[in-house]
Design a protein around this ligand. Structure first.
Ligand SMILES: *Cc1c(COP(=O)(O)O)cnc(C)c1O
Length: 353
């Protein structure tokens, strides 16, 4: 049991990050994005902790995620579902009091065609060209919704990872203009990166996700976020290997000088990416131990030569956490923090502090 990977979930850190991010956008209410099982951290404990801290606006992708969340947080929170709803979902939407985000005019016509249409939000596309009513359709949107207007208007930033990009201010202008046509609706615009761009991006409510979990773009000067989880894997074996020996499938790593290697219980079967082969690191007591050879389904081998005192069967090596920052580990594997944390599977035991 203890010889399997575990993720210590730091709900206190997640709440602290929520407060830190909220303070960057004074005037806006801080919401929380808890889609995809709270980015892999476990929606139950995460949403409960945030609710207890005062969060009353939550965002998920699917109506079904919203229904699950409603049972967790109780009746007094707004829950919005980004991916929208079909008329067939109306019963679930009503029962769980979800606010679906309607993302296109045809879907809106379907939604407004219901008798007794439940409250809804509208996504306006200001540059992503992914979801949302297009700017050229704004007049049509207004006349369609005149009798039953949306309670919330939102848009989403294309490149909030890079605060210097002109697209951000262009989108801000487009959204400000478009949203002014819906004076009664609440407005939201900023994901984590948007919150890092300051108060003008805040509107009524903000939608931070990845930053709550300690990832996302570089934080503004003087702001630090804490890790949402510590991912650890137990050492199964430690062995000395000699020059010319190779490690793992495909013999992709060849030992050049005598090394101490440890093999840990974690692999791509747990959602840890195979692309971290020969690139990622683990930490033993703060000492970075490189991943050597391929990440396999259930095992990873690390070079513990520099941390031999700590490398013993049963000890845990850290793969994400205070010693191995989420975004740095993700970058080594050629991906982003979002994919790394949402990809972690069921075999990773979540332990809540
Ligand atoms: C996922 C999502 C967010 C949260 O984005 P982060 O970059 O994780 O903060 C906000 N808004 C929308 C529409 C999203 O899909």
């Amino acid at each position: 049991m203890s010889l399997s990977p575990q993720a210590l979930i730091h709900t206190d850190n997640i709440v602290a990050n929520w407060r830190t991010i909220g303070a960057l956008v004074p005037g806006a209410r801080p919401g929380a994005v808890v889609k995809a099982n709270a980015y892999g951290h476990g929606v139950g404990p995460v949403a409960l902790a945030l609710h207890e801290a005062g969060c009353r606006t939550f965002f998920v992708a699917y109506v079904e995620e919203g229904a699950e969340l409603r049972d967790i947080v109780g009746p007094d929170a707004i829950i919005m579902a980004f991916n929208g709803a079909e008329p067939e979902d109306a019963e679930l939407v009503r029962a769980s009091k979800i606010t679906p985000v309607i993302n296109a005019l045809p879907a809106l016509k379907g939604w407004l065609g219901l008798s007794d249409t439940p409250e809804y939000a509208v996504h306006i596309d200001t540059g992503m060209n992914r979801l949302g009513v297009r700017l050229e359709d704004l007049a049509a949107l207004k006349s369609l919704t005149a009798a039953n207007p949306p309670v919330h208007i939102m848009s989403h930033l294309v490149d909030s990872d890079d605060r210097s990009r002109a697209i951000n201010t262009q989108q801000l202008e487009r959204f400000t203009e478009a949203a002014s046509g819906f004076p009664e609706a609440q407005k939201s615009f900023a994901n984590t990166g948007g919150c890092f761009m300051g108060a003008t991006y805040g509107f009524d409510v903000v939608r931070p996700g990845i930053g709550l979990y300690g990832g996302g773009p570089p934080t503004p000067e003087g702001v630090t976020l804490k890790p949402g989880m510590t991912l650890e894997a137990p050492i199964l074996t430690v062995q000395a290997v000699q020059p010319s020996e190779t490690v793992g499938y495909g013999a992709t790593y060849q030992v050049e000088t005598p090394r101490m290697l440890a093999t840990v219980a974690l692999g791509y079967g747990d959602g840890f990416p195979r692309s971290a082969s020969n690139k990622g690191v683990a930490s033993l007591g703060g000492i970075h131990c490189p991943i050597v050879g391929r990440v396999s389904m259930d095992l990873i081998t690390i070079d513990v030569t520099q941390a031999q005192d700590l490398a013993m069967p049963g000890a845990f090596a850290q793969f994400i956490g205070a010693e191995v920052l989420l975004e740095e580990q993700a970058a080594r594997a050629g991906t982003v923090g979002y994919e790394l944390v949402t990809g972690l599977g069921h075999r990773v035991r979540r332990i809540y502090d």
